[in-house]
Write a protein that binds this ligand. Structure first.
Ligand code: GDP
Ligand code: MG
Length: 162
């Protein structure tokens, strides 16, 4: 069985766009409407030295009611089956309280976490990355999933953790 990597984070940070970039498919639903991926979605990333399964998840909003509760449950399942968690945040929004809440959740799993700071296109990289250093994660990488920038580096960071 191939190892599994889960993409988790708030709605609209670019998880499905990253999924598409990693799996080179247009299968994942990308939309301007937050939270459109209500279910888990699987693909295989073959761009690195070894293939791995990528799981796209609906956004963890921190509010676990109604549909959000269903999504949160799907995210929990994805976290359970993953060996590595890619925590996606939005450089344009900056660090939000929900991000901290989600990271606390992810840390409880005890699994290795890589932070992917997405939407850095057009931003000053050093500025964009600075506020996310408070995560204290050994791996916090800049990304522009929409422009396929930073994805090879992300794959290179994921592979040794699998
Ligand atoms: P998800 O809800 O986390 O799955 O986010 P989506 O992948 O659906 O993306 C949400 C929105 O952010 C869409 O309008 C994307 O086009 C946009 N987006 C995703 N990645 C990037 C990026 O790297 N740069 C910019 N500027 N926009 C992005
Ligand atoms: Mg999505």
């Amino acid at each position: 069985m191939l190892p599994v990597v889960a993409l988790v984070g708030r709605p609209n940070v670019g998880k499905s766009t990253l999924f598409n970039a990693l799996t080179r498919s247009r299968d994942a639903l990308v939309a301007d409407m937050p939270g459109v991926t209500r279910d888990r979605h699987y693909g295989v990333c073959r761009t690195g030295e070894r293939p791995f399964v990528v799981v796209d998840t609906g956004g963890l909003s921190g509010v676990e009611e109604g549909l959000d509760a269903l999504t949160a449950q799907q995210v929990r399942l994805a976290i359970d089956e993953a060996q590595v968690l890619v925590f996606v945040v939005d450089a344009r929004d900056g660090l939000l309280p929900q991000d901290r809440a989600i990271l606390d959740d992810l840390r409880r799993s005890g699994k290795p976490i890589i932070a992917a700071v997405n939407k850095t296109d057009g931003l000053d990289l050093q500025n964009a990355m600075a506020e996310f250093s408070v995560f204290g994660l050994s791996s916090t990488l800049p990304l522009s999933a929409a422009h396929n920038r930073g994805t090879p580096e992300l794959v290179a960071a994921v592979l040794p953790m699998l």
